[in-house]
Design a protein around this ligand. Structure first.
Ligand code: FAD
Length: 419
């Protein structure tokens, strides 16, 4: 089977890439291992969409385009709230199940060929070019050929299978978390505890008493658009998301933490007496794994100084939010006021291969910068840019490295992207 563009991974980055490429007139196939789209934004149970707004008083929206269309569709289904301040950041609150429905519409309306239940397990490469990927499916292995490939697997699986350089440090990488949704909560009793900081005091007291072990003392409860529902973000699990043995251990430990957090909430926090678990994340959430080594490596300084680039293709204002291994806290460093930084096209161009683009949480960054670029809004903005770039390359018979970035930027702006 052949397509002009193959997008591998149907998370926020991949689906924006596929829609962007298709709207530019290319034939696009989007390949996803699960039976639905959205990646961790739908499977992880997060409750908040991060990275759309600056953190200062003006709350400037710095990600628009396809990501903004998604917001409007969620809002039209009463499944989006905000922007709201979750100090020091600004987020939107959403219903992740409705998001699954919205994303089906967006991808199908654009005319993308969708292949669900298909996991990329092999890459065929000749010299500096990828010729095809092999996907494992219930129908057996299937080979998919393409001209341009976009790796949006989060873990840079395609990059790794193609023997393209990447970085991964299991000793420093951010821990994952097992998120869950809790329902039948007395919302009016709980919101003041969150706003006053009393919830964190209660977690600390519980841990100090030695009767409970809550992994994150700065953990959060995120109210969902539907009454009485919250996402619980108290878990922290050391995990290498590219190692099946580590993943197995992490799933079990994550669910053990879910039970412990539920016990704490019901026994120690007002408003949770009659609450119950209504959903546990499909899998343990992976914040960081492989980071592709690209033409440019975005740094902590770039993020915090609000760096701007001639070849910028996306903007982001999310702070460095680095979850720390073996601790109960998180390193959060915000940009000044309403400042934002830009993400250069070069971060999507892996070294040593001609026809591969990378989008989402595995683009070329340092670990500190990744702790900012990894969230949903910038992943979508970079994805859209990669998709449009891929389509322009097909049209003009160029490799992504040869593309005129000013033309890409013009097309992005014409489509409503914030640059
Ligand atoms: C615990 C946790 C909480 C978070 N909370 C928030 C939050 O509140 N707000 C926010 O904005 N961000 C949050 N994030 C970050 C954010 O969700 C992700 O980093 C973001 O979704 C990255 O998008 P992505 O498309 O790069 O990757 P992903 O969302 O991981 O999507 C990758 C997609 O590729 C598919 N895939 C993977 N491998 C293959 C393969 N080999 N073949 C085929 N398909 C494959 C996956 O199934 C998935 O659909 C959180 C992350 C974690 C771990």
């Amino acid at each position: 089977m052949r397509s002009e563009i193959l997008v591998l991974g149907g998370g926020p980055a991949g689906l924006a890439a596929a829609i962007g490429a298709r709207r530019s007139g290319a034939e696009v196939r989007l390949v996803e291992r699960y039976g639905f789209l959205g990646g961790t934004a739908t499977s992880g149970i997060y409750g908040s969409l991060c990275g759309f707004y600056t953190s200062g008083p003006q709350q400037i929206q710095v990600v628009k385009g396809i990501a903004d269309e998604m917001l409007q569709l969620l809002r039209s289904r009463d499944s989006l709230l905000g922007p709201v301040r979750s100090d020091p950041m600004v987020v939107l609150l959403y219903d992740h199940q409705t998001l699954k429905l919205v994303l089906d519409h967006m991808v199908l309306d654009a005319g993308v060929e969708l292949m669900l239940h298909s996991t990329v397990t092999g890459v065929k490469r000749e010299g500096e070019e990828i010729k095809s990927v092999v996907v494992s499916t219930k129908s057996g292995p299937i080979e998919l050929e393409g001209e341009i490939f976009v790796d949006a697997t989060g873990d840079a699986d395609v990059t790794a299978l193609a023997n393209v350089p990447y970085e991964k440090d299991v000793n420093t990488m951010q821990p994952g978390s097992m998120m869950f949704k809790i329902s039948n909560v007395e919302t009016e009793e709980v919101i003041p505890l969150i706003l006053s900081g009393e919830l964190r005091e209660l977690i600390k007291e519980a841990n100090d008493s030695k009767e409970y072990k809550i992994p994150r003392e700065d953990g959060n409860l995120i109210p969902l658009p539907h009454q009485g529902e919250f996402v619980v973000g108290f878990s922290r699990v050391s995990v290498d998301g590219t190692d099946v043995y580590s993943l197995t251990k992490a799933e079990l430990e994550g669910r053990r933490q879910v039970e412990e957090c539920l016990r704490f909430l019901k026994e120690r926090v007002p408003g949770f007496k009659n609450a119950y678990i209504s959903e546990i994340a499909l899998q343990v959430g992976i914040r960081e794994s492989r980071r592709v080594r690209g033409e440019y490596v975005l740094t902590e300084k770039d993020v915090l100084s609000g760096a701007k680039f001639d070849d910028a293709v996306a903007c982001c204002a999310w702070p460095i939010e680095r979850h720390l291994r073996d601790t109960r806290s998180t390193d959060i460093r915000t940009l000044e006021g309403d400042e934002w930084y830009q993400i250069p096209y070069r971060c999507c161009l892996p070294l040593g291969v001609k026809n591969l683009l990378v989008a989402g949480r595995c683009i070329s960054t340092t670990p500190e910068a990744q702790a900012s670029t990894r969230v949903i809004a910038p992943s979508m903005a970079v994805g859209e840019a990669c998709g449009i770039a891929a389509a322009m390359c097909v049209r003009e018979k160029l490799s992504p490295r040869e593309l005129n970035v000013q033309e890409l930027q013009k097309e992005l702006r014409d489509r409503g992207a914030f640059l």
